[in-house]
Design a protein around this ligand. Structure first.
Ligand code: G6P
Ligand code: ZN
Length: 582
């Protein structure tokens, strides 16, 4: 057994190590500064307390982006020095964010050990590479992101840090599975490298009817396409869709994980998932003949998903509502019923209508997956989702991109159980249209203004908060913009009291609620790494079945006009158009 020594390294605080919604995200250039990553990791160990860290088993892995391999070696040495007993690493340093959550909750190590937390190395959907982003976040024993109490403590520690601990371990091989043991001043330290997919695959098999999905995927009248955008989802896609479920190898695109995501932006939306969008017949110039029946994409760390039908986009807000409406029939894990459902505030109210219809507990939480985790730990929520392409359930404590695809395939398999083998299938588009016909349609769009001057963005938000104090003034502006839009009956800043721990989260977005149920929501993104991103969410409910078939940008045109005028968007940002529309 290799012996190691522990040393204390003197350091000084860095500014700005405050974790955002999903951990610390910065340019790689920032992370590679000497002591930068080390300070944050030691601040985390100190926040967890030495008592909890000593003897612990921790997972360290991520989406495989540039700098991950170096970071894994650095964190492992620091873990050994801080008295951690075991480090678990996915082979080649790869583990999707949902797989990390599953590993913490479900995996048993070769020696019977269980993990109590994880460092996840990812900047999610942000680009990777030497000039792009790196990120790190800590997840707790329940498999979910650290709560604010811990992240605040981590930040506080980063502002006063004077030293960190590290061990003179040799670098270990992350490409081969197996256990390597070392002996330190406090005893044995093990590094276990394990297959990144098997625990996750096992969990998925316990949730879904793989046999039913296999029948769908191998049916001659069903066609499928999955785009991992060169993120870590690729490592799971071939195992699950091809090996387990019989999809053709050629149905996977961009499924080799790359450190720079092939130079792309690994965010599954209509703007960035270009290749998939073209294949599905939704591109500007449609290429390869008849599109597949079903297409999906994931982000860099595979927690987000985009679901498409042939020439048809499913909004994430509709997706979670449709999954909830069909879960009991189509997914064995939910056969006993749903405990409740939840969505983030800016997500459309499509889920609300389903919850009401099915008489389910319903929660509206601020943006950020951690809010769902509390509800799930308390047994209050089974299915949840966000407009930001996140969908998931209480099987883990992160959103789950592949789970969402399996959920949709389960619904398709269920609706088509008598049509497989040939003949006409019920399509994704038909499932969505039937849903609208039954529950009404929530027209929905989001405008993003990226990399806006942070000061101007704050001014715009402050202006909107102030404007709310006078609804007559608001309605005058509304009317002058469009006389055909209904009137604003309520305005507020969303505030949330967690029903489980009673904690209060303020300033979670500005809402303008209209008489006819329409909503305008303005928020500043919590996940950007440069400047500020203003998000404008626009929603309109239509119950009349004769009016649910419009193009959403047309249907929402009047509300968009109102939103831009109300917020003085161009005046504050200097932008005449958003950076991205989803
Ligand atoms: C991450 C979080 C989500 C959140 C999303 C959008 O993916 O995990 O919970 O909805 O970011 O955040 P933003 O603040 O950029 O709108
Ligand atoms: Zn992500």
């Amino acid at each position: 057994m290799v012996l190691f020594n522990v040393s204390r390294v003197q350091t000084k605080p860095f500014d700005g190590q405050k974790p955002g919604t999903s951990g610390l995200r910065k340019k790689v250039k920032v992370f590679v500064q000497p002591h930068y990553l080390e300070n944050f990791v030691q601040a985390t160990f100190n926040a967890l307390t030495a008592e909890k860290v000593r003897g612990a088993t921790l997972v360290v892995s991520g989406d495989g982006r540039y700098y991950s391999k170096d970071a894994i070696q650095i964190i492992t040495k620091m873990a050994a020095a801080n008295g951690v007993r075991r480090i678990w690493v996915g082979q080649n340093g790869l583990l999707s964010t949902p797989a990390v959550s599953a590993v913490i909750r479900e995996r048993t190590g070769v020696d019977g050990s269980k993990a109590s937390g994880a460092f996840i190395l990812t900047a999610s959907h942000n680009p990777g590479g030497p000039n792009e982003d790196f990120g790190i976040k800590y997840n707790m024993e329940n498999g979910g992101p650290a709560p604010e109490g811990i992240t605040d403590k981590i930040y506080e520690n980063t502002t006063t840090i004077k030293e960190y601990l590290t061990a003179d371990l040799p670098d270990f091989d992350i490409s081969t599975t197996g256990v390597t043991s070392f002996a330190g001043p406090e005893g044995q330290f093990d590094v276990e490298v394990f297959d990144c997919a098997s625990d996750y695959v096992k969990l998925m098999k316990s949730i879904f009817d793989f046999e039913a999905i296999r029948k769908l995927l191998t049916s001659p009248n069903f066609t499928f396409c999955y785009d991992a955008l060169h993120g870590v989802a690729g490592a799971y896609a071939s195992r699950i869709f091809v090996e387990e479920l019989g999809a053709q190898e050629s149905s996977l695109i961009n499924c080799t994980p790359k450190e720079d995501f092939g130079g792309g932006h690994p965010d599954p939306n209509l703007t960035y998932a270009k290749e998939l969008v073209a294949r599905m017949g939704l591109g500007k110039s449609d290429t390869q003949g008849e599109p597949p029946e079903f297409g999906a994409a994931a982000d860099g760390d595979a927690d987000r998903n985009m679901v498409l039908g042939k020439r048809f986009f499913v909004t994430p807000s509709d997706s979670v509502a449709i999954i909830a409406a069909n879960a009991v029939d189509a997914i064995p894990y939910f056969s006993a019923g749903l405990k409740g459902v939840a969505r983030s505030m800016p997500t459309s109210a499509a889920l609300d209508v389903v919850a009401k219809h099915l008489n389910l507990k319903f929660f509206e939480v601020p943006t950020g997956w951690k809010f769902f985790g509390n509800l799930m730990d308390a047994g209050l929520c089974s299915v949840c989702g966000e407009e930001s392409f996140g969908t998931g359930s209480d099987h883990i404590r992160e959103k789950d991109g592949i789970w969402a695809v399996l959920a949709w395939l389960s619904i398709l398999a269920y609706k088509n159980k008598d049509n497989l083998g040939g003949g006409k299938l019920v399509t994704v588009e038909e499932i969505v249209r039937q849903h609208w016909a039954k529950y009404g349609r929530h027209y929905y769009t989001r405008y993003d203004y990226e990399n806006v001057d942070a000061g101007k963005a704050k001014e715009l938000m402050a202006y909107l908060v102030k404007l709310q104090s006078s609804l007559p003034e608001v309605n005058e502006i509304v009317k002058s913009a469009r006389s055909d839009v209904s009137k604003v009956v309520h305005g507020d800043e969303f505030e949330y009291k967690d029903p489980v721990d009673g904690s209060i989260s303020k300033h979670q977005g500005i809402r303008y609620l209209f008489e006819d149920g329409s909503r305008l929501v303005f928020r500043l993104s919590g996940t950007g790494s440069e400047g500020a991103t203003i998000r404008l969410y626009i929603e309109q409910y239509e119950k009349d079945p004769s009016k649910i078939g419009r193009e959403s940008q047309d249907a929402l045109g009047p509300l968009v006009e109102v939103a831009l005028k109300l917020s003085k968007m161009q005046e504050y940002t200097g932008r005449s158009a958003p950076t991205v529309i989803t």
